[in-house]
Design a protein around this ligand. Sequence first.
Ligand code: JHZ
Ligand code: ZN
Length: 421
Amino acid sequence: MSGVDRGRMSAPRSLPTCRSCGGGRLRPFLSLGKTPLADALVTEDRLDHVDSAFPLDVAFCPECALVQILEEVPAERLFVDNYLYFSSFSDHLLQHAKEHVDGLVTSRGLGPGSFVVELASNDGYLLRNFEPHGVRVLGVDPAPDQAAAARDAGIPTVEEFFGVELARRIRAEHGPADVIIANNVMAHVPALNDFVGGMAELLADDGVVTVENPWVKDLVDNGEFDTIYHEHFCYYSCTSVDALVRRHGMFLNHVEYFPGLHGGTLRWHIGKREHVSAEARRMLDLERDSGLAGFEYYAHFADRVEDARTDLLTLLDQLKAEGASIAAYGAAAKGSTMLNYLGVGTEILDFVVDRNTWKQGKYMPGVHVPIRPVEALLDEQPDYVLVLAWNFLDEILAQQDEYRRRGGRFIRPVPAPEVIP
Ligand code: JHZ
Ligand code: ZN
């Protein structure tokens, strides 16, 4: 396979300090070698270039329990230059966002006098749900195409990275926020304390911050190693979030769990006044009892990831040996980690399909598998489809009745390789 400058293991180097607590005792537990940037899809004219690859090593902080990667690729390169993720391409996610907004409007009594800020507001997929309620909203997102799409949809959007300085400017212009929403962004932040400090700066004294992110417990328990990539600097638990927000005078007051979202997502409710719910207490206790605040919890993860790689490669090789044709579904960031870590390219996969029109016509980073519209599944009828976006498996299966009726089969890679019956 060509197309990526890959060194299996990264060179030994001095370890950085923890992104949250600043502790100096990070303990690495997994190396995925060097991988290209997961959302840096390759255009046709760049196919004969070598894609830059960066070490992808994961470590645990014994002082605050935060799991984090060691490499820091500049955020501009990740989210301004190479970012084609648009939230609006999943019906499941759109529904989840709508329910989130409806819940907030009811529980917080939001209306025309309220002010809501969303960090990483993407194409406005979530904030647009406030419109019927007359709530004043502001999106913040540094990704240019997504911010433009949101503005086109009528959502005022600040096209900048969020931190204390921007929080002060927003507060000076609009007043304090009654609600701050940060979904799938806290993992993407290199300067974590500046980001959370900004939340504290902007939030009204009686306001609430809701933060959603995949749960590191599910990542480890279900072997979701492909959700590790350079955009994701951190992998959270209630324990690490509690420590983080307390440092900024806020409290983790409540927790909700969505097992079916992105492989297992938590929604943390954070406020300036401490009133910890029984559910938040229960989750913190559960994490303590399961051991995820100790290194031992992660110590054998690398072996399990290596086994998962072997199992999936064995299955794909066996199907190819039988003469089967194989495509993939989802030009997702996690798909890039999966294919590059496995070293699977066009010798195994004919193409990847994706609904996101921005991704179609481009190629997966490193392995250079072409990305086509979803209709290619019916046009070509490959024997098998490897579901790289396994987090949307149910939604994808529901759409692909016809492909399956004609004999096509889906392969789920995570938690263990499985051909869907
Ligand atoms: P998707 C994203 O990760 C981006 P990714 C981000 N880095 C993050 O943190 C996590 O989510 C949480 C397509 N698709 O969202 C759309 C279809 O084609 O799982 C996407 O390109 N048809 C912010 O990129 C891809 O699949 C469909 O029916 O790993 C899914 O990517 C559906 C539902 C999706 O994750
Ligand atoms: Zn720490």
